[in-house]
Design a protein around this ligand. Structure first.
Ligand code: GLN
Length: 493
């Protein structure tokens, strides 16, 4: 296998620095793979061919001058299409925003530009980030580069598929209940959901504001640390942004992890039916054990009731957030209507897909007077219990470890008539958003040719420990060093 397909951003950047490679060559190669791979993978909704090449020239000039540049300067990156980029369409993979052009940049986009990363396109997703398979995109589904008959996960399925297919070196996703970690796991990549407040949400189209968080999808943990450094930090434009000190996440990757204590949720482990997934977790724990880490099973209730809690809280917030799409202020407006009420109804009726409608109806119901206390208030109380339980666990453990997903990547249509089965695929990831914690998914093996992921959950603002443990694990494994063979054949070596 040609090593170029599995090079990390940091490895490529080293060659940009010593001028063995030009940014133009790297960007051109990625654009070539997009041209060849996209008819099959369909990771992108928009591709910035000319702008990316022009930006590459500029960064090459900076490298030529020899000035010190940020660690990821010149690296091509894909952006989920719910993040605003000035002058570019931001569709959220929804018909209602099909022609919406953003008048401003999200804070994350400004930060990427300040670090001289090069956006190559906007990626496909489940409509408004609601889903786990990218099948809810209003435009087309994205295919899993490891097996094109399987979903890439979601909702950031396009961002994950782009990196897995070599159609980007890095990407940005958003995670409300698992949408970075689950597609990263399904595509054999590293996905990091930072602590709530760590990364500014300014310019991220809101799904459930108290749960949403932007984060990196990368091939290696080292890349994840560098990309997180580039995008995080306090932002006065986001009222929930945190001013906690920011460590250099890459600096502690090689710290010894001897003496770290991990907890593994017993009931969740027992619930998982797939033997290969269980085995991969046990194998990963053995690798960590050889580094002096200890682990034990622990009873955690949060995994039992978090999904139910989430499906009250998230739709409730979504129903409020999505009320702004009314045909007046943004995007699509129904034609041929006779009055204002009809215009609202038809605009939303035509513009939103079935899953988004389901969530709006659920959320509106949960918030309606008479039901508010029975559902929303109760869910908020359950959410507090989830938070408190994790707080207690972190007095004893440095991280909680789970399989990222209970199943392997599934086939298209497999959950089409069963939304509850789809919802349950996020059982490991959802509690983390309810508690606002950081978590990372790191590749931990393959079964039936499909990738599996290991999730590490950490204390608030302690991304460093997660990255440190995940990096130590990744340095002793080679799951991230393989590339889908059918794509390699397609691209040529
Ligand atoms: N799959 C979950 C949902 O549909 C989580 C989505 C997300 O994290 N954006 O709500």
């Amino acid at each position: 296998m040609s090593k170029t397909y599995v090079q990390s951003a940091i490895q490529i950047a080293a060659q940009l620095k010593n001028r063995q490679l030009t940014v133009k060559a790297v960007v051109s190669q990625v654009l070539d793979r997009i041209r060849i791979g996209e008819p099959r993978i369909k990771a992108y909704l928009d591709i910035f061919n000319d702008e990316a090449l022009a930006a590459a020239d500029q960064v090459d000039r900076l490298y030529d001058k020899g000035d010190p540049l940020p660690p990821l300067a010149g690296i091509p990156i894909a952006i989920k299409d719910n993040i605003c980029m000035k002058g570019k369409k931001t569709t959220c993979a929804s018909k209602i925003l099909e022609n919406f052009v953003s008048p401003y940049d999200a804070t994350v986009i400004k930060k990427l530009a300040a670090h001289h990363l090069i956006p190559v396109g906007k990626t496909n997703m489940d409509e408004f980030a609601m889903g786990s398979s990218t099948e809810n995109s209003a435009f087309f589904p994205t295919r899993n580069p490891w097996d094109e008959s399987c979903v890439p996960g979601g909702s950031s399925g396009g961002s994950a598929a782009a990196v897995a297919a070599g159609e980007a070196i890095l990407s940005i996703g958003s995670d409300t209940g698992g949408s970075i970690r689950q597609p990263a796991s399904f595509c054999g990549l590293v996905g990091m959901k930072p602590t709530y407040g760590r990364v500014s949400r300014f310019g991220l189209v809101a799904f459930a504001s108290s749960l949403d968080q932007i984060g990196p999808i990368t091939r290696t943990v080292e890349d994840s640390a560098h990309l997180l450094n580039a995008i995080c930090g306090y932002d006065s434009l986001d009222a929930t942004s945190s001013d906690q000190a920011i460590p250099d996440f890459a600096a502690s990757l090689n710290n010894p992890i001897q003496g770290r204590k991990l907890g593994v949720p017993r009931h969740l482990f027992d619930l998982i039916e797939n033997a290969a997934i269980k085995e991969s977790l046990v194998n990963a724990l053995d690798v960590l054990k050889s580094d002096g880490v200890t682990w034990e099973f622990v009873d955690i209730n949060a995994f039992d009731y978090a999904v139910a809690t989430y499906y009250i809280v998230a739709p409730a917030e979504a129903s409020a957030n999505l009320s702004r799409f009314d045909g007046v202020r943004y995007g699509h407006r129904a034609q041929g209507v006779e009055n204002l009420a009809q215009m609202y109804k038809q605009t939303r009726g035509q513009g939103f897909g079935p899953e988004v409608k389901r969530r709006i109806i659920l959320g509106t119901y949960a918030l309606s007077s008479g039901y508010y206390e029975a559902y929303y208030l109760k869910a908020q109380k359950a959410r507090t219990l989830v938070k408190e339980e994790f707080n207690r666990l972190f007095a004893k453990y440095d991280a909680i470890v789970t399989p990222t997903t209970p199943t392997l990547p599934f086939k298209f249509g497999e959950h089409a008539n069963n939304p509850l089965a789809m919802y349950l695929s996020d059982i490991s990831t959802i509690p983390i958003n309810l508690a606002g914690l950081p978590a990372i998914s790191v590749p931990c093996g393959f079964s039936e040719g499909l990738p599996m992921g290991l999730q590490l959950i950490g204390k608030p603002y302690d991304e460093s420990t997660l990255l440190n443990i995940a990096h130590q694990y990744q340095s002793q494994t080679n799951h991230h060093l393989t590339f889908p063979s059918q794509l390699e054949a397609l691209y040529g070596v």
